[in-house]
Design a protein around this ligand. Sequence first.
Ligand code: ZN
Length: 426
Amino acid sequence: MQKSSDEVWDQVWIGANIASMVAGAEPYGNIENAALAVKGERIAWMGPASEAKLKAAAQNLPVHDAQGLWMTPGLIDCHTHLVYGGNRVEEFEKRLRGVSYEDIARGGGGIQSTVQATRAATHEQLHASAAIRAERLMSEGVTTIEVKSGYGLELDAERRLLEVARDLETDLPVSIKKTFLGLHALPREFAADRRAFVNKVSGPWLQSLTEAGLVDAVDAFCENIAFSLVETECLLQAAKNLRLPAHVHSVSTKEMGGAELAAKWGALSADHLEYLSAAGARALAAAGTVAVLLPTAYFTLRQTTPPPVALLREAGVPLAVATDCNPGSSPCTSILLALNMACTLFGLTAEEALSGATRQAARALGALDDIGTLEVGKRADIAFWRIERPAELCYGMGANPCVGVLHRGKLREPALARIRSTHSPH
Ligand SMILES: [Zn+2]
């Protein structure tokens, strides 16, 4: 158990069961009946409750009793398209009435309809709808959300999406990672000149957005109906020149080798991965690239070929799980549902799934030094749960056992103030 020499705390919690999610001998990094102290934004100390009480008394600090609640790292949704205009509910209705994808696309539906609605939306409109989705995620213990642009497909609209993502972090108690998904779809105005679009995205657009401080990473949709390997590499090279990390939507066929491409460029993550060869899995493992699994998209699209989890495990690829929140293939704002489906549809163990939205999700964002596990020195992003054991976070469907959240050491949910009790130090 780690201890810190810094003995001056701001708050201390006892009586909690801690799922630290640190990789090791104990499942979920479990420490039962433990204590945890916070100083500023950081975890300052972890250890036995008896010792915590003595130290708190010496500092004349009140002790919060978590009364058997479980504490986990704040959950991390490492793949979302959270900011967009409009929605696709009409399309959903049409498909259920039997209208084909082709007819919907011919009628202006699909991703192009979201691009149109996004371009037409103001900053305030985009912010208002994205904030609702962010708050839904946050209510389930999420403290960090990765947000991709990609529905603007013109410089001003892409900038607006990334500015909204930035402002969500200012306006809500949540951390945001901003990803420029420049190569998401080909906008109509470039239909006759793909190369010009790829060059603009990889050149002046990326440059301008990066200079404005709006890009933490880049992403590209590498798929035979989206962007080719060569086109994707153009953006990855440009990102490398600017020292930006990358994610890759590897929705590729076997021939495309999207996973190999992500590995070759040292991408933080390769996402989707429904089609993956053994060589692709080995390449990801060797590069330390995280496989991000998106089971709610798989579910919505009624796909039948799940990502080859056994192959990924065997190769030693870290597995993350995310909502892929987007209006078309995953209108999902529940990370807990994604965990459930990662288990039921993809066969992850409960511990793998929960690691996928904590430790491995942090790794997928290049932020494992800071978040993703409960350890001394890491950010005090902590979710409190009324559960009997951590696997319940994957087991339930439609339940939300989150009763409170610390984000950067600050108590976020008023609910927690009601359930906690405070003991005086004397
Ligand atoms: Zn996506």
